[in-house]
Design a protein around this ligand. Structure first.
Ligand code: ATP
Ligand code: MG
Length: 313
């Protein structure tokens, strides 16, 4: 497996459509439906800033974990439509060298019109929701019961959307009513229903694997031809979710999560939070990679090497 991080991706064979903090999107020749090649780099961002160096294999972990979730959620959420078509590019669209570089870190997806909100679902109270609750006993403006402790499970999972900021801006927490005003009542209701169903199904699957999904962020897109709402983007990865170990969970304190916590701690301790052009030391990258790999292996039930071996060439 590659020991170098792949931070930038260029394909001579396909035109680039856009670049996000972590992913590069490429246009594909028209098939029966409009498609995109969705490529996940090893770039990592923390506090909304991309680090100079990446985490080797991170793009593979996020891609193969999302692919696993599309399979799990398809079988557990009735009527769910999602953008995943298959891993890798369609045959004959890239060169053999490019195919090798993309192996395990790319997927062919249905190209959709993305709703400009982030469909966050919270099963437990932590992070910005905990800060808000302590001040006003609300989460994203929604009243909550008194007496909740830090990281306590909520009486039921709640849908707490945010705006989807342009590159460089910060997402803002909003109420479900504000989300309605952004995407319209009809789509807002469908997004909320699907986000909660995906969270519930995902949380049940994760629990079977010893993992708590404290909260997560989904994105949805619209097929304008059929007017159907699709689950898009990455799904239930350590970049988009807070995963905790069920065995170590204790209410009333901060939990150790399987994500960028090691990196965030290092940035804060060194006064580098939010600063551009920061290079993380190898030990921080290694520890972060180990956390991502561990949660992948627990959720997918196979080692990363094994999962990569199973990716058809
Ligand atoms: N099926 C799809 N069709 C079109 N665009 C998509 C589809 N699925 C996801 N996207 C978009 O692709 C982009 C993925 O890139 P990436 O995740 O790097 O962006 P980002 O959201 O800026 O970063 P971050 O997730 O770290 O906030 C997002 O803008 C997402 O909305
Ligand atoms: Mg994203």
């Amino acid at each position: 497996m590659a020991s170098e991080a792949l931070s930038s991706i260029t394909l001579a064979s396909l035109p680039a459509v856009s670049q996000g903090k972590v992913r590069d999107l490429f246009s594909l020749p028209d098939g029966p439906t409009p498609r995109l090649l969705f490529v996940t780099s090893d770039r990592i961002s923390a506090y909304d800033v991309i680090l100079k160096n990446g985490i080797p294999s991170k793009g593979t972990i996020l891609t193969l974990l999302s692919a696993k979730w599309f399979e799990v959620l398809s079988s557990r959420v009735p009527g769910l439509k999602h953008h995943f078509i298959h891993l890798g590019p369609p045959s004959g669209t890239v060169t053999p060298d490019e195919e090798q570089m993309l192996r395990g870190r790319s997927m062919t997806v249905r190209r959709l019109k993305i709703f400009p909100i982030e469909a966050i679902v919270r099963g437990y109270i932590t992070g910005s929701a905990w800060s808000e609750y302590q001040k006003t006993q609300t989460i994203h403006g929604l009243p909550q019961p008194a007496g909740l402790a830090h990281c306590q499970q909520l009486p039921r999972p709640i849908y707490t959307p945010s705006t989807k900021a342009e590159l460089g801006d910060k997402d803002i927490n909003i109420s479900p009513d504000e989300a309605k005003a952004i995407v319209g009542e009809k789509y807002a209701a469908r997004i909320e229903q699907l986000a909660l169903a995906c969270y519930n199904a995902g949380a049940a699957y994760a629990a079977e694997h010893g993992i708590i999904i404290a909260d997560t962020k989904f994105e949805f897109g619209l097929d304008e031809e059929t007017d159907e709402v699709y689950l898009v983007d990455e799904v239930l990865t350590p970049d988009s979710s807070r995963f905790w170990s069920k065995a170590d969970y204790e209410v009333g304190r901060e939990q150790d999560s399987f994500d960028k916590q090691v990196l965030r701690n290092w940035l804060t301790e060194n006064g580098l939070k939010g600063k551009p052009d920061v290079e993380m030391p190898p030990a921080v990258a290694e520890k972060t990679k180990a956390r991502y790999t561990e949660v992948f292996e627990r959720l997918a039930g196979v080692s990363l090497e094994e999962a990569l071996k199973n990716v058809a060439n």
